[in-house]
Design a protein around this ligand. Structure first.
Ligand SMILES: Nc1nc2c(c(=O)[nH]1)N[C@H]1C(S)=C(S)[C@@H](COP(=O)(O)O)O[C@H]1N2
Ligand SMILES: [Mo]
Length: 327
């Protein structure tokens, strides 16, 4: 385990400060009562029942002390969270379909229980984790910006736990340099996987120090509810400083490996999608600029910041690297 880069405790403190593990509230009616610490109910990892998956949860908004209907969640930069409806009705999940609006209806009722994740490869303590096992990790709320490589974005209040907690449990060996993730392969029920356009299953990867970073989340829910299937139930990765495609959904395998994994997108179009995929306004996609983005629900485009606004926390990971080459 001594090969795992440790995040200095000073940094963890500042991260907690930045990305408060509580709901920030905004809006005139609640300005004074800000920091009403809505207890973030750690949702249990039950499958989102199909009839619920496209309708808002019973109490999607923070309630603690807030009488106001205009209370909204904001991220650490003050940017408002997208609505539950927006987050669950505009999705990329190519296993079902490439039509973003059709993912929710087509994935409705997809069974996510029982579920298990096999964690292995170069580790001392490989294991099989079911939903109860994953629920034992301390769940917290993280309000993150998600920037798709296609230049749209959202702000999403995830629930989950740092991937680092799981990785520490399995004890990567000193040979382990990367983490490889795999989505469920189920072409009978996932029509997109019957298309030969892509090499299924969906694969993604991170360098071990990226995987161990405190911002890197295994998300089990959003808006305080169990993860909807269209967002990657029951558990998906969230790496907020990288393009959305790195945040692989519906994970069934995690392996510690020595060689850099080849992701589905690298295999499909290596000149368009690199391994690192850090959000970078200075590196255009071959077919479009990455300078700005369309926040879902807004008309005017926003400028895209380096590392999606998380540079202070993560830029050190790439010191000395040419990010135009390692895009
Ligand atoms: N297994 C799998 N994971 C995936 C995808 C996918 O098609 N299949 N799409 C990715 C892309 S391109 C984005 S932008 C995000 C979208 O996440 P969301 O639908 O929860 O907003 O999921 C990522 N994870
Ligand atoms: Mo994306």
């Amino acid at each position: 385990m001594n090969n795992i880069p440790k995040i200095p405790s000073s940094e963890i403190t500042s991260l907690q400060h930045y990305l408060g593990r509580r709901r920030f509230m905004k809006g005139a009616a609640v300005a004074a009562s800000a920091l009403a610490l809505a207890a973030c109910g750690a949702p249990t990892l039950t499958p989102s029942s199909s009839d619920k998956s496209s309708t808002p949860p019973a109490s999607p908004a923070p309630t603690a002390g807030a009488s106001s209907a205009d209370a909204v969640l904001v991220d650490e930069l003050g940017q408002e969270a997208n609505t539950y409806q927006e987050i669950t009705s505009y999705n990329n999940f190519y296993e079902f379909t490439t039509n973003k609006e059709a993912v929710a209806p087509m994935s409705k009722g997809y069974p996510t229980e029982p579920w298990k994740i096999e964690v292995g490869g170069l580790v001392n303590k490989p294991g099989v984790y079911d939903l109860d096992d994953l629920n034992k990790f301390q769940q917290e709320e993280r309000i993150y910006r998600l920037r798709c490589v296609e230049a749209w974005s959202m702000v999403i209040p995830w629930v989950g736990f740092p991937l680092a907690a799981l990785l520490k449990q399995v004890e990567p060996t000193s040979q382990a340099k990367y983490v490889r993730f795999e989505t469920i392969y189920d072409p009978d029920r996932m029509p997109g996987q019957r298309s030969n356009w892509y090499e299924w299953p969906y694969i993604e990867g991170l360098r071990l120090d990226e995987a161990m970073h405190d911002l890197t989340l295994l998300a089990t829910g959003l808006y305080g509810e169990a993860m909807p299937i269209q967002n990657g139930a029951p558990v998906r990765l969230v790496v907020p400083w990288k393009y959305g495609f790195k945040s692989i959904k519906s994970i069934v395998r995690i392996d510690l490996v020595e060689e850099q994994p080849t992701s589905l997108w690298m295999a499909a179009a290596p000149n368009e999608y690199g391994f690192y995929a850090n959000v970078n306004p200075d590196v255009s996609h071959p077919r479009w600029s990455q300078r700005s983005e369309r926040r879902i629900g807004e008309l005017k485009r926003r400028e895209t910041p380096p590392f999606n606004g998380y540079g202070e926390q993560v830029a050190y990971l790439y010191e000395g690297m040419d990010l135009k080459v390692n895009f």
